[in-house]
Write a protein that binds this ligand. Structure first.
Ligand code: ZN
Length: 844
């Protein structure tokens, strides 16, 4: 045995002598360990570095293949090497060569469907460049890797309706590189710590338009009905940010300074494109100013995609959005739901694209900033209360599921896709807000500027953020980063206060859940005779801390976390009367008033003062809180309805915000209050939400009007108003109006959950489900299958029982649909069976 090994390894010893000085990484870095959580998720080792990538791409729409040629220029990072490994997933490789001036020299390589290991013609030393030529076919449908909660597939390139089989449905090709899927369409080193410049040539049918990173330098028509566009990107970015998109789009041009800002939307949305994306130039200006670092790229374009696998993606200079951002005018009257996503992807052009997380474990330096930019934009554009409302909802997202058990920076995880969660995003954004509050605006934003300048066109980890902020502010931040970046959870507090008239002092006791102690700055407001005094204290790492403050009389209320900055669970032990005082004292502070409204709502049945205060809150100065108060009204209580009805009618007809009008109309519907004048007028509103809520009420009271009212109704009105859809379903089923089926698909898909919330509506949803499954309904069934595959992995983490219910409904859908194929013979229904089966197959 021994001899044979010796004999075998003599050749090996010779070849490895040259590299004897390079030791392998430690065993904990080995990615082949059985328990994935044992792997230390290090930054990828850089042996060769990308320098430049040039691609020439053509497309086989029928096979859904990309026919590619790549010229990849690289150089060794430090140690000399005669090998290079490129990521290249599920490709057919037809040639690998070294480019030598005008000639090419064939190279030996090994390919295992994931990586291409190439023997170079000689040993290359540090900084000695070489260019590889690779001819290949990318086959996205053959890729075997799983997506994540945030990005639910990983094929890299997506052909949508490529063969044109679905009439009235667009044909598109678009790419999604994050996390490591760019290597599904070109050979590269698919790691975030690589940066390369690029050129891409795209040849595709003349009737479409294309978008890629950088600037389109030329576009020429070919004699065979195709055209060839040449895109060039001179600065360097990571491979996962490479992008191209091809399809039938209207391109609307805008400008920021001398930089082109373009919006690629489906032609139908041409006239509203500026309403959807039109704030972009102002955002670019705002973020450039805030960071004191002008937008660093040569253009900015935004494109929409059908069947997109995520919400949106910050491909450098070419962000891609799911098609739901395309709203109609009547929806935009209510709210541009895309706006914070637009801010998010744009801010990534500094945090993510310019300075890139060196590893997925450090994703926070990309995503926490993009998340926080949503706050910054809302604060600047619509005021602090709007921003705080958004932040409060983000906090909810983080606290769901197992978020509180995970560190922000993670060196151990099962899959890199797991990093895209409510911790990297939501919690990260919230703690950046805490950091800003601690350091002050000036130091915080100067620190961000330093971080960007120090690491521009490179990569970074959280330590670099800390060092930049420390350098600018002169303050040590280990206490902060250790608690919030390298540890999990948040403080769980109980706060009680007590007044001593003898000592003229108010005592505030802050108790922490002893299982995990934090130290943090804490704002406490003492409100005395309507006058507020802010006390800024430190809560140390101890189970109980007592603070005493002078007060001439018993305070109206003591408000803990009064600036609402700290991420915490706070059990604020005080009577509802104090919360009524808190509501009054909380001018300008969204969360302070929201918590007060919540307490008042909880007491509305038993405490008339609380009920009155809640009804007063219907007049709140901030529309988000007016809506919140409306939702909190107990519309089944006659006492409350009697007190609130005139106010609700007033809001329904006169509120300046259409979403408040719609909420008030829905509350009137729930309370069975109908005022024909108000509802008829509202039904003519330009706002889809107001139309939806008012038509629901009108139909409930005048069922015979159904045809008059809904014949010319925009489908989006129905989709946006589940109550209205529910009211229409029985008629659709009776008349077998299958063209309407897609409008109810979401409620139908989730009928068990609808039942749980409201048995009556649940019954209708189940009827809709059976109707859809028993018939040939391509769009509705596709939507339902998609709904199941989207929610299942999410619920499996957050609520396993609910995920079982999804699986059960999906199986039932498949069973009913399969049965229907016995009587209905068509290619489309067979396809529906396939889609449902696929959705079930994905449930693992
Ligand atoms: Zn993001």
């Amino acid at each position: 045995m021994k001899k044979r090994i010796l004999w075998l390894s003599s050749a090996f010893i010779i070849s490895s002598l040259t590299y004897a000085q390079v030791m392998t990484p430690p065993p904990s870095y080995n990615e082949n360990q059985t328990n994935k959580l044992d792997i230390y998720r290090a930054e990828a080792e850089r042996i060769n570095n990308l320098v430049h990538t040039k691609l020439d791409l053509k497309f086989d729409y029928a096979k859904e293949h990309v026919l590619g040629e790549a010229w990849v220029t690289l150089k060794p990072h430090f140690y000399a090497t005669n090998k290079v490994t490129l990521d290249a997933k599920a490709m057919l490789i037809s040639e690998v060569a070294l480019v030598n001036g005008a000639t090419k020299k064939k190279l030996n390589y090994k390919y295992d469907d994931l990586q291409l290991v190439i023997d170079l013609d000689k040993e290359y030393k540090k900084d000695q460049e070489y260019t590889l030529y690779i001819k290949y076919t990318a086959r996205p449908n053959e890729v075997k890797q799983e997506g994540s909660l945030a990005i639910n597939d990983a094929k890299g390139v997506y052909f949508i309706n490529a063969k044109g089989e679905r009439p009235n449905y667009p044909t598109q090709i678009w790419t999604q590189g994050e996390t490591e899927s760019s290597s599904c369409w070109f050979p590269t080193i698919d790691k975030t710590n690589q940066k390369t410049s690029q050129e891409i040539t795209l040849t595709y049918p003349d009737k479409y338009v294309s978008l890629s990173n950088g600037t389109m330098k030329s576009s020429k028509k070919n004699s065979d009905g195709t055209k060839t566009d040449y895109w060039k990107f001179d600065k360097k970015h990571a491979p996962y940010l490479f992008f191209f998109g091809i399809g039938d789009y209207a391109v609307i041009n805008d400008k920021w300074k001398n930089i082109n800002v373009d919006y690629y939307v489906e032609p139908e949305y041409k006239d509203v494109a500026k309403q959807i994306f039109g704030n972009t130039p102002e955002m670019i200006q705002f973020f450039s100013d805030k960071l004191n670092y002008p937008y660093p790229w040569d253009k900015y374009a935004q494109m929409t995609a059908r069947e997109y696998v995520s919400g949106a993606m910050e491909n450098t200079t070419a962000s891609l959005f799911h098609d739901g951002v395309q709203q109609k005018a009547g929806q935009l009257v209510d709210e541009n739901t895309a706006e914070y996503v637009i801010a998010h992807e744009l801010f990534h052009h500094w945090f993510g694209d310019l300075v890139t997380a060196e590893s997925w474990g450090n994703l926070t330096v990309n995503e926490s900033f993009a998340n926080y930019s949503e706050y910054l934009w809302f604060e600047y554009k619509y005021g602090k209360e709007k921003a705080d409302e958004h932040r409060y909802n983000e906090m909810f997202g983080y606290k769901q599921g197992d978020g509180p058990t995970k560190n922000l920076v993670r060196v151990h995880y099962n899959s890199r896709e797991d990093m895209f969660d409510g911790v990297s995003y939501n919690k990260g954004g919230i703690i950046l807000h805490m950091l800003r509050n601690f350091l002050g605006d000036d130091a915080f934003f100067k620190g961000l500027n330093k971080y960007l300048k120090d690491n521009e066109y490179g990569k970074a980890e959280s330590a670099q953020l800390r060092l930049a902020l420390e350098e600018v502010s002169g303050r040590d931040l280990n206490w902060f980063f250790n608690q919030w970046y390298y540890e999990n959870g948040h403080p769980k507090l109980t706060v009680v206060s007590d007044y001593s008239s003898a000592k003229k002092k108010v005592k505030v006791v802050v108790r922490q859940d002893a299982s995990k102690l934090f130290e943090f700055p804490f704002a406490i407001d003492i409100v005395e005779n309507g006058k507020t005094t802010r006390q800024q204290v430190w809560v140390p790492k101890q189970a109980e801390t007592v603070f005493e403050f002078a007060s001439n009389q018993k305070p109206d209320v003591v408000i803990p976390n009064a600036d609402q900055v700290l991420l915490a669970d706070i059990d604020d032990k005080k009577p509802v009367e104090d919360f009524i005082a808190q509501y009054k004292a909380g001018k300008g502070n969204y969360t302070t008033r929201l918590l007060a409204i919540e307490a008042m709502a909880n007491a509305q049945a038993t405490n008339p003062k609380a009920a009155d205060a809640l009804i007063n809150a219907l007049d709140d100065s901030f529309d988000g809180l007016r809506i919140y108060a409306i939702h909190k009204l107990d519309t089944k209580s006659k006492t409350i309805v009697d007190k609130a009805s005139s106010k609700l009618k007033q809001l329904a007809s006169n509120d300046p915000k259409t979403l408040v009008q719609a909420a008030a109309l829905s509350a009137l519907n729930d309370a069975n209050i109908y005022d024909a004048t108000i509802f008829e007028k509202a039904s003519k509103s330009p706002s889809f939400s107001v139309q939806g809520a008012s038509l629901t009420g009108i139909l409930k009271n005048n069922p015979s009007k159904i045809n008059d009212l809904t014949t010319n109704l925009d489908n989006e009105v129905i989709k946006g108003s589940p109550d209205l859809a529910m009211a229409l379903v029985p008629t659709w089923i009776k008349n077998n109006q299958l063209d309407k089926a897609a409008l109810i698909s979401e409620s139908a898909a989730m009928y068990e959950f609808v039942k749980f919330q409201d048995p009556e509506k649940g019954k209708i949803a189940e009827q809709a489900f059976n109707w859809i499954m028993n018939n040939d309904t391509p769009d509705a069934t596709a939507e339902i299958a998609k709904t199941y595959s989207r929610y299942y992995p999410y619920l499996k983490e957050q609520n396993p029982q609910a995920s079982q219910a999804i699986k059960m409904m999906a199986e039932k859908a498949l069973q009913v649909k399969t049965n229907a194929t016995k009587t209905i013979k068509s290619a489309t229904i067979a396809k529906q069976v396939e889609q449902l089966q696929d959705a079930i197959n994905k449930m693992k």
